[in-house]
Design a protein around this ligand. Structure first.
Ligand SMILES: [Zn+2]
Ligand SMILES: [Zn+2]
Length: 208
């Protein structure tokens, strides 16, 4: 499996290219910015992108989605409950002082239990609200892509519209039930594992 992380944009967001070595099929997860760099990498790796998956609709995760779609023709997929956030992402970006290019409408929706196939690789969608109402994680092949639900040592903020600390606790608990050796790829910061987060994440104490 090809896992390529690119740190993009002013908020140092992790964009991921997940590819199947055998079939050269790939998805791009959270192309937040710098679509040209993401596309260079895709071309270098010789991959064909079948979908653009957004873990949630905050502007730092979606800013490059339009350009990646333009280049690859791949569909933009997101959870329904984050569409509202998606639609106001440019305004949100402006508040932070950044300009987002026109984003195309999402092409389809992902929900709890849906399967995302990448060549011979298979990932299951987990709906993990809390940081946003339509936040999702992709779990499969020994890894989980978590967006801003969980980071190494911490979790995503819950003070944005649609955020909920109670929901985040539930989502966090679900993630901790995954096998300890599961590699965790977050929306910001370095790679970790579920096992490490069970002991090293401050949010564990919030569950007591
Ligand atoms: Zn976020
Ligand atoms: Zn983020």
């Amino acid at each position: 499996m090809i896992i390529k992380r690119l740190v993009v944009g002013p908020l140092e967001e992790n964009a991921y290219i997940i590819g199947d070595e055998e079939t050269k099929q790939a998805i791009v997860v959270d192309p937040g910015d710098e679509a040209d760099r993401i596309m260079d990498e895709i071309k270098t790796l010789g991959l064909e992108v079948s979908a653009i998956v957004l873990t949630h609709a905050h502007f730092d995760h979606i800013g490059g989605a339009g350009d990646v779609k333009k280049e690859t023709g791949a569909n933009i997929l997101i959870h329904k409950e984050d569409v509202e956030t998606y639609n106001v992402a440019s305004d949100q970006a402006a508040i932070w002082g950044y300009a987002l290019d026109n984003l195309p409408k999402p092409d389809g929706f992902l929900d709890e239990g849906d399967e995302v196939k990448v060549g011979k690789l298979k990932f299951i969608v987990m709906h993990t609200p809390g940081h946003s109402s339509g936040g999702i994680c992709l779990y499969g092949e020994g890894i989980v892509l978590t967006g801003d639900t969980i980071f190494q040592g911490s979790v995503g903020r819950t003070d944005f519209p649609g955020g909920s600390i109670e929901k985040l606790k539930e989502s966090f608990k679900r993630l901790l039930k995954l096998p300890d050796e599961t590699r965790v790829f977050s929306g910001h910061g370095p790679e970790t594992t579920i096992g490490k987060e069970k002991t090293g994440n401050f949010f564990v104490n919030e569950l007591l």
